[in-house]
Design a protein around this ligand. Sequence first.
Ligand code: AMP
Ligand code: FES
Length: 300
Amino acid sequence: MRQHKLALCRNHFPDWILEQTQRFIDKYKMFTKEQKILVAVSGGKDSLALWDVLQKLGYQTGGLHINLGIQSEENYSNLSQQITQAFANKRGLTLHIENIEEKYGCSTPQLSHLASRGKDKPCAVCGLVKRHTMNEIASVYNYDVLTTGHNLDDEVAVLFNNVLSWQVDFLKRQSPVLPAKVGLLKKAKPFCRFYEKETAAYAILNGIEYIEEECPHVMGSTTLHHKELLNALENKSAGSKLAFYLKFLKAKESLFLNLDENLAPHDLLFTCPNCGQPTPQPGNCTFCKVIQKATLKLAE
Ligand code: AMP
Ligand code: FES
């Protein structure tokens, strides 16, 4: 690992991942062994490795897999579900499965198509569906904290994008841990300081089977393009991604010190009268509006 000036053998590398994860959980005050942790598992290497690590560290966990109904040659969503289910069954873990098509009458890409008249890629609606479902399931089953498998490459790509367009409000909220708010549970990203290749190496060394295929809608996305640019930077100068992220977290403390919390437009001050989740505007939340629009279109 040039970025850490460290080389480890196949026996010591997994132990290092466990120790480092515990260190990040403690450093950012993510959660404790007394709390119930919901792990959002997509079937990819990061979230399955995260679930494996949290189990080994002795945390009380349950998994949530959302079947988004995304089709591909490999049948992306159904294969992701099968892999996640096999992982949980092998270890006797609790897994909640939410199938969007069964629940709302159409898949996530269909919801997006109907709600946006087919203009947009489904990624925005997909993000909305995931956030809503994660919050809903955590609240129904009384989980204390939601964890996702976001790695350093994901976090740095988001940071880069937000810096390019100076999205002050998003920058302010980008953090390894987000505190609970009224109606929203605490969120944590214990893998946010691991490079993607480190989580992949952990999954492979532990014999974790994961879906290698990327979501077919990721192709041509801005995030993918930014990840390529950042990889080129990392190849020239090892450790630059980690430094960019860690120095941002440090700078954030003084950068946003004087911003008035109440002025943040994304603050969730209202409650959706339909689903009860928080929303930044009065009236139905964006998720409920998408479902209602799609249902109306389907009925036409
Ligand atoms: P992504 O937004 O696809 O980069 O995924 C980031 C994180 O969100 C993953 O590491 C998972 O923790 C979670 N996630 C993504 N897709 C799903 C899904 N279909 N079901 C449950 N969790 C998911
Ligand atoms: Fe949501 Fe690709 S995972 S559109």
